[in-house]
Ligand binder design. Structure first.
Ligand SMILES: *[C@@H]1O[C@H](CO)[C@@H](O)[C@H](O)[C@H]1NC(C)=O
Ligand SMILES: *[C@@H]1O[C@H](CO)[C@@H](O)[C@H](O)[C@H]1NC(C)=O
Ligand SMILES: *[C@@H]1O[C@H](CO)[C@@H](O)[C@H](O)[C@H]1NC(C)=O
Ligand SMILES: *[C@@H]1O[C@H](CO)[C@@H](O)[C@H](O)[C@H]1NC(C)=O
Ligand SMILES: *[C@@H]1O[C@H](CO)[C@@H](O)[C@H](O)[C@H]1NC(C)=O
Length: 325
């Protein structure tokens, strides 16, 4: 479908929703702010992680992005993939829905390999599809994530090999006049810590996309406990140590209401809606003294329970608690 007719179709079928049109980032010629400037200026709550497993339609994407905006979100990062993850046209739709709604998007390439899958046969086609979609629709794209915890999962065989893929993507963007699009990985502190010599990787990323999950700590209890905040600070400390002054953005943080998708490491863990809500409130309570003071933004994993238990809303779209920012 032509983009314009798709927009028109969505407008007609969603006539009851008020849409906010955004100016694509690359058309703001009068604004000196680069994408990285934008990232640098972010602090406190910034958005949500959004899983693509169920292949949401353009209309569903717009509805969800619109609801995120109404909750104070400015950004969304994708998680997982639709189908086999190699259809550039599907990523086109996701990015166009973000542009239509007026939310910045960070497309994340899912590089996890399972069983006998190889980088070449499974991850590279996904890298190519996302890269193509970004070239097709750069406007709403804030940055690109090459992998969710690719160091922790060792998707690329080595930190140096992952760095070489980042340089390749950056070269492709630069050749299309899009050298302004930052590229990074969404990663745990632990992923960097176990990856040997990370010098090339630190050089390759334009900023650090941080996965922050005190839930997985060995001393974790409930979301609102001081242990959660101490574990959080400890990981952030590590990132500040390695960042070489590059911006930090917590692209994924949260606490699940059940243990179904990812098992904890602490026997004292409390996975429940009150515990999830308490973790959100813990982050919120440090808005001024930490996130604003250090200029660090955070994005909540996840929007809904497609990541089982991790959503701020259930699969039926009901809010787990009355969250907003
Ligand atoms: C990889 O594993 C799958 C499932 O176990 C199997 O069906 C397939 O034949 C394997 N492919 C190769 C190339 O070994
Ligand atoms: C780490 O890698 C960098 C870049 O390849 C290299 O210059 C440096 O010597 C390495 N450091 C160590 C301790 O091996
Ligand atoms: C934190 O968890 C510990 C261990 O379960 C408990 O003793 C303590 O009371 C909790 N503190 C708060 C503030 O919840
Ligand atoms: C950060 O660096 C400081 C100074 O080198 C060191 O004392 C501290 O342990 C480091 N923190 C982490 C979490 O690596
Ligand atoms: C949505 O799902 C939750 C959890 O299963 C349930 O408690 C709630 O009643 C449901 N809401 C609606 C409107 O169906």
């Amino acid at each position: 479908m032509h983009v314009l007719s798709m927009y028109l179709f969505a407008w007609i079928s969603l006539g009851h929703l008020a849409f906010v049109w955004s100016t694509p980032l690359d058309e703001r010629a009068h604004e000196p702010e680069s994408r990285l400037d934008k990232i640098t200026s972010m602090y406190a709550f910034e958005g949500f992680v959004y899983a693509l497993d169920n292949c949401p339609s353009f209309v569903k994407l717009v509805q969800d992005f619109q609801r995120m905006l109404s909750k104070g979100a400015r950004n969304v990062i994708t998680f997982d993939y639709c189908g086999d993850g190699t259809d550039a046209a599907y990523y086109d739709q996701v990015i166009q829905a973000a542009g239509f709604t007026g939310i910045n998007i960070i497309p994340l390439v899912w590089t996890l390999l399972i069983g006998n899958q190889t980088l070449e046969d499974t991850a590279v086609p996904k890298i190519n599809a996302v890269t193509q979609a970004v070239l097709n629709n750069p406007g709403p794209v804030l940055a690109v994530a090459l992998g969710d915890e690719p160091l922790y999962d060792n998707d690329f065989g080595s930190a140096d090999n992952l760095a070489s893929y980042i340089w390749q993507i950056k070269a492709t963007f630069a050749a299309a006049g899009l050298s302004d699009i930052p590229v990074s990985i969404s990663e745990l502190a632990y992923g960097w810590q176990i990856s040997g010599n990370i010098t090339e990787m630190v050089n390759a990323v334009d900023f650090f996309m941080i996965n922050e999950f005190p839930y997985f700590a060995f001393d974790a209890t409930s979301g609102g406990n001081t242990t959660s905040w101490n574990d959080f600070l400890n990981d952030l400390d590590y990132y500040q140590n390695i960042s070489q002054g590059k911006p930090l953005l917590i692209t994924q943080t949260g606490w699940p209401s059940n243990e179904d998708e990812f098992a904890p490491n602490s026997p004292a863990i409390v996975a429940s809606v009150p515990s999830e809500e308490a973790y959100w409130n813990l982050l919120d309570s440090h808005c001024e003294d930490f996130f604003k003071a250090k200029n660090i933004g955070w994005m909540w994993r996840s929007w809904d329970d497609t990541v089982e238990g991790w959503g701020a809303v259930y699969s039926n779209e009901t809010e787990k608690w009355n969250f907003s920012y």
